[in-house]
Unconditional design. Structure first.
Length: 247
C-alpha cells in the first residue's frame, strides 16, 4: 500500500460534541478519527482485561486464527462502560444514524503479528441514507501503517452500486481504499455501511482494540443483554442501561 494512500490526519474533538469538520468527514468519507478519548492508563487497563478474559475461557469458536477475540465484554465487567457512553462517541453515532440508539455489540479484538487480514466487507447492509448502524473502534494501541489498521473506501457508504460484487478478490487492495491511521487512545468511528476491513499485522507487537457498534432500535442485536450479570448491570449508569434496552 502506497504511503500517499494513507490517512494521516486525525480530527480533534470538543469535550462533548463533534466539530463541523468531523461531521463532514463522517458524511463524506464515512469515518472520523477522534484522538485523546482514552488515557494511556485506560488503554493499558482495557487491553489487560481483554487478555485476562480471553485466557480464562475458551473462545476458539469465535474470531479469526491468531486473533484474541472476546465477544460481549459486558458479560465479564462494567469496566468497559466508557466505550458505550462517551458523549463524543454518542454524538457521532447520533449524527450517523439518528437520535435513538441501541448498543449492538462490544467485543475485544487483539491482533497478533502475521494475522488479522480481512476481506473488504459491508455485511450486505442496504445502501443509505437512512443508515441504521455505525461502528466504533477504540485504539488501545496506535494504529500504524504496519500493524493491521483499518482500510476503507471513502464514500462507499453513499455509493448505490454494489462495489463488492465487482471485486474479483476482496482480500486484495482496492485502488480507492485508504488506510486509516490513529493514535493510541483514539476512537475510529465509521458508518457500518462503509466498505472496510482490517489489514494484516506486519509488525512485531500485538495491536489491541475494542469494537462496539450502535444501531437504530429496530435492528436486533446478536447478543441478549438480559444475560449481563446482575452485579454488572447494577454498576451501569441509567443511560447505559437504556442504550442496552434494559430500562
Amino acid at each position: 500500500m502506497q504511503e500517499d494512500r494513507l490517512s494521516h490526519q486525525p480530527s480533534t474533538a470538543a469535550a462533548t460534541d463533534l466539530t463541523d469538520d468531523q461531521k463532514r468527514e463522517l458524511d463524506v468519507n464515512g469515518w472520523c478519527v477522534i484522538p485523546g478519548l482514552l488515557t494511556d492508563e485506560e488503554c493499558d487497563r482495557f487491553a489487560e482485561a481483554v487478555d485476562e478474559i480471553w485466557l480464562s475461557g475458551d473462545f476458539s469458536a469465535y474470531g479469526e486464527p491468531g486473533v484474541r477475540f472476546v465477544p460481549m465484554l459486558l458479560l465479564y465487567s462494567a469496566l468497559f462502560e466508557k466505550c458505550l457512553n462517551h458523549p463524543v462517541v454518542l454524538a457521532a453515532a447520533r449524527h450517523m444514524i439518528g437520535p435513538e440508539l441501541r448498543v449492538n455489540l462490544i467485543n475485544g479484538r487483539h491482533v497478533y503479528p502475521r494475522t488479522g487480514h480481512q476481506p473488504l466487507h459491508d455485511f450486505d447492509r442496504p445502501i443509505g441514507p437512512p443508515f441504521n448502524k455505525c461502528n466504533v473502534i477504540w485504539c488501545l494501541a496506535e494504529f500504524t501503517a504496519t500493524n493491521g489498521s483499518t482500510r476503507a473506501i471513502p464514500g462507499s457508504h453513499r455509493d448505490r452500486t454494489r462495489l463488492l460484487a465487482t471485486m474479483t478478490d476482496p482480500m486484495a487492495p482496492h485502488p480507492d481504499e485508504q488506510l486509516v491511521l490513529a493514535p493510541r487512545g483514539a476512537a475510529l468511528l465509521h458508518n457500518s455501511h462503509l466498505i472496510h476491513a482490517g489489514t494484516g499485522n506486519r509488525s512485531t507487537a500485538p495491536r489491541h482494540s475494542i469494537h462496539n457498534a450502535f444501531t437504530t432500535p429496530d435492528v436486533e442485536s446478536p447478543y441478549d443483554w438480559t444475560t449481563v450479570p446482575a452485579h454488572v448491570q447494577q454498576s451501569l449508569s441509567p443511560e447505559t442501561l437504556t442504550l442496552l434496552g434494559l430500562r
